[in-house]
Design a protein around this ligand. Structure first.
Ligand SMILES: Cc1cc2nc3c(=O)[nH]c(=O)nc-3n(C[C@H](O)[C@H](O)[C@H](O)COP(=O)(O)O)c2cc1C
Length: 323
């Protein structure tokens, strides 16, 4: 089966996977207001899915991780991001997301979270090339889904010359490079100059693999410049989606009238409330801070909205505080 990766426009613009941000509620909003060329789920522990497996069936629907794999038909193509250092668990989770109707599976090899790294996953994979190649192979064998990888340019230091060939030899369909090292976290600016080097390595070792640049992309105009200057195939936007679910339609955050932004926030809150099993309403605070910003009285209104415990509360507080 031909993979959706081969049918994307060039350049293309994709949604970053973001835990507790790009859930089904936020993705539904983005699908409506300006869809990216590829949607991504939040990351999901393959080990966590595996532990509630039932032979020959989908895992226990009460496994809360199944909520992170909810999606609607409006979000296509959509890639599920999983992590594990165990090839058998990666294979299990890949089959599962295939059965759930995802269009691709992405392996996280960049997360700097200590609890993830302790399991030998996320950015720790950069230090374990054999494990990295083994999980890519396991994912590729598990189903017909195309496999991609999201990683960083190195661990303590930039090590593209060593790390990127490890991935390219395992031949995933696409590699997203967050243009920082593990050690840099997000404390320094993403180094898009390194993308030129990555493209040269890709062209030499495996030109079939798509390269996606990630880090500090502000909007689509900025993405186009960064892609043109570096020669990569696409760009992934993360924090640029905060408060701007229109970003993939080409809008800059300041292009949207405040009333429209607040209406989008209310819609998001109602969608968020419908996630099952429910998530703590406080998770929505990141979005509230981003949508309610940049105008006179924003700080006061934000403070009031932080008290909201339901979508109805949020809607009421907004209607009681006309701008
Ligand atoms: C709140 C938050 C959650 C994130 N969750 C994930 C995740 O689940 N998987 C992943 O690969 N990266 C995750 N990231 C990293 C982003 O996908 C992206 O690589 C990073 O934010 C840099 O891109 P940006 O500058 O466009 O935001 C997360 C980042 C943030 C801020």
């Amino acid at each position: 089966m031909e993979s959706f990766w081969n049918r994307l426009p060039k350049p293309f613009f994709v949604m970053a996977p973001m835990a507790d941000v790009t859930d089904a509620a936020f993705r539904a909003l983005v699908a409506k207001l300006g869809a990216p060329d590829v949607f991504w789920s939040e990351f999901v522990s393959a080990d966590g899915l595996y532990h509630t497996r039932e032979i020959g069936k989908l895992p226990d629907q009460r496994n809360p991780l199944m909520r992170d794999l909810l999606k609607s038909e409006a979000e296509r193509p959509i890639v599920a991001q999983i992590f594990s250092k165990h090839p058998d668990m990666i294979a299990y989770a890949t089959k599962l997301v295939n059965d759930l109707g995802f269009d691709g599976v992405d392996l996280n090899m960049g997360c700097p979270d200590r609890s993830i790294e302790k399991q030998g996953c996320g950015a720790a994979m950069i230090r374990d090339p054999k494990a990295a190649q083994a999980v890519i192979a396991a994912a590729k064998e598990a189903s017909g889904l195309p496999v991609s990888v999201k990683t960083r340019v190195g661990y303590a230091h930039e090590s593209l010359d060593e790390w990127l060939p490890v991935l390219l030899e395992a031949a995933p369909a696409a590699i997203t490079l967050h243009l920082r090292t593990r050690k840099e976290l997000s404390l320094v600016s993403a180094n898009w100059e390194l993308m030129k080097k990555a493209v040269a390595i890709r062209d030499r070792i495996n030109p079939n693999v798509l390269l996606i640049g990630n880090g500090d992309v502000k909007d689509i105009a900025d993405a186009k410049v960064k892609i043109a200057q570096s020669g990569c195939d696409g760009a992934m936007l993360g924090r640029a989606m905060f408060g701007n679910p229109w970003v993939f339609s080409g809008r800059k955050s300041e292009d949207t009238p405040l009333t429209e932004k607040l209406a989008a926030l209310i819609e998001l809150a109602y969608g968020f409330e419908k996630l099952s099993p429910p998530k703590n309403f406080s998770i929505l605070k990141k979005h509230i801070k981003a949508f309610v910003a940049g105008f006179d009285g924003a700080a006061e209104l934000r403070a009031k909205l932080m008290e909201a415990e339901t979508a109805a509360d949020l809607e009421r507080i907004l209607s009681e505080n006309p701008l």
